[in-house]
Design a binder for this molecule. Structure first.
Ligand code: ATP
Ligand code: MG
Length: 440
């Protein structure tokens, strides 16, 4: 992509309304724009990152056997009356009337709708296990939308819903998502820690919030330090291996980890002092087994092998891709700007032309652009007539992992300079070597 033909409205000044670094940097880097409190437009750069996050979320859901679909954002109030949540949900729900005065709502979540879909088609134990998910916008009229995408009112959510015949099989469904979440966050360059969460009236231990540690996080969290170095299952993990998955989940729940709501001070203080982590965290995912909470009132029953009808056992599994974009920046930035982990970077490489209009420099830049593109890497080419200093600052701000600086001085010796954004290290090399390095 040539910057001269792109839309990347970066800001020099830090906008005053932004309190935390990710919000500031997203506005400055031209990733998004606030349209109303807690409601944002994704500008092209922001959308590229959001799509990369979604692609990883999707791959890991698919790997774990979940099946993608897409439910609408607008739902009917009657559906929510069936579960009893229409009145219970309160002011966070955006309620709407259509022209026929029918009560509708903008979905804050989809348990009711997916239960209705399940019961329409699935009647037998042979129809389960099943896990259906979608990635769709949600609306929650949060009391305090803040921190940009971190706590929006309109936000993107991946929500999956599992259906099983009994609790034992529902636990396996839960474990699949547990492991898929560990993998998802690791691939996004984040260290996530599953923390026990409140299961409410259902009880049991099958609810975890996935938290990443960050000083600006809204949750107060407590955990054992060793979690930060636990290995994450690799791509070859067998999701059908019931004891194998259980062993992974057991390991990842063996040490202390809790948010303030579930905190047990006495248990925490039993951890060796140098292993106690008391910090702030961002909730990036939440998984939940809730049994027959929706299937019982909504009559989503399946006939078991013994011929008896039982309400199906369900779980739901949420990840916030739009919050994740902000969370990744909270975890990976410096004073100069964003440092994208490679898997979510909007581009892998940015080419900085240090003397626009100089024939040799322009042609070397074009050559690199073509060769990288030919090797399957789409670079961003900063081809505007600006001072080198401004180009350096802009490249650091938007956080592209690799910068290639091309100017007459280096070219006189047949060299270009390759800079790694993460550690600032720079290396002079020939154009050919640069292509090889960046395309590997
Ligand atoms: P929180 O405790 O942060 O309000 P929640 O418990 O209400 O979140 P869930 O219903 O568990 O959220 O939603 C699943 C996921 O959706 C969360 O883990 C988070 O990543 C994301 N999410 C929830 N609320 C928001 C929001 N207001 N803005 C952005 N992402 C959100
Ligand atoms: Mg939650």
């Amino acid at each position: 992509m040539r910057l001269s033909r792109y839309f990347l409205p970066t800001l020099r000044e830090s906008p005053r309304e932004a309190e935390i670094v990710s919000h500031k940097l997203m506005l400055r880097a031209g990733m998004m724009r606030q349209e109303a409190a807690g409601i944002y437009a994704f500008l092209p750069l922001g959308l590229r990152v959001l799509q990369k996050v979604c692609a990883i979320v999707r791959e890991e859901q698919d790997r774990a056997g979940a099946i993608e679909m897409l439910m609408p954002t607008i739902q009917s109030a009657d559906l929510w009356r069936e579960s009893g949540r229409y009145d219970a949900y309160g002011k966070e729900m955006l309620r709407i009337k259509d022209r026929h005065e029918r009560e509708m709502l903008y979905g804050p979540t989809n348990e009711e709708m997916i239960t209705e879909i399940f019961r329409a088609y699935c009647k037998s134990y042979k129809d389960v296990p099943l896990n259906l998910y979608h990635i769709q916008w949600k609306f929650r009229d949060e009391v305090r939308p803040r921190f940009g995408l971190m706590r929006g009112r309109e936000f993107l959510m991946k929500d999956a819903y599992s259906f099983d015949l009994d609790q034992a099989s529902a636990r396996h469904a839960y474990n699949k998502m547990f492991v898929a979440y560990l993998r998802t966050f690791a691939r996004l360059g984040l260290k996530s820690i599953p923390m026990r969460a409140d299961t409410g009236p259902i009880g049991g231990d099958l609810s975890h919030e996935f938290i990443i540690l960050a000083p600006t996080g809204e949750s107060e969290v407590f955990c054992h330090k060793d979690y930060l170095d636990f290995p994450v299952p690799d791509a070859g993990v067998n999701f059908d291996d019931i004891p194998g998955l259980q062993a992974t989940v057991d390991k990842w729940t063996s040490l202390y980890a809790a948010t303030s709501e579930m905190h047990d001070k006495a248990a925490f203080e039993k951890i060796a002092a140098d292993k106690q982590v008391s910090a702030r965290g961002i909730e990036v995912g939440h998984i939940f087994y809730f049994g027959t909470k929706y299937s019982a009132p909504m009559n989503a029953n399946v006939t078991g092998p013994d011929g008896k009808d039982v309400p199906v056992h369900m779980g739901s599994y949420g990840i916030g891709p739009s919050r994740l974009v902000a969370a990744i920046i909270e975890a990976s930035h410096d004073d100069a700007g964003i440092i994208w982990p490679e898997p979510v970077a909007p581009w892998r490489v940015v080419i900085l032309n240090l003397k626009q209009g100089d024939a040799a420099t322009d042609s070397a830049c074009e050559q690199l652009y073509r060769q990288l593109t030919g090797r399957g890497i789409e670079p961003l080419y900063h081809d505007l007539d600006e001072r080198p200093g401004a180009k350096f600052a802009m490249a650091d701000l938007i956080g592209i992992p690799w910068q290639v600086m091309i100017g007459p001085r280096g070219l006189a010796e047949g060299k270009v300079e390759v800079k790694r954004r993460a550690d600032g290290s720079k290396e002079l090399m020939s154009l050919v070597a640069a292509v090889d390095r960046l395309a590997k």
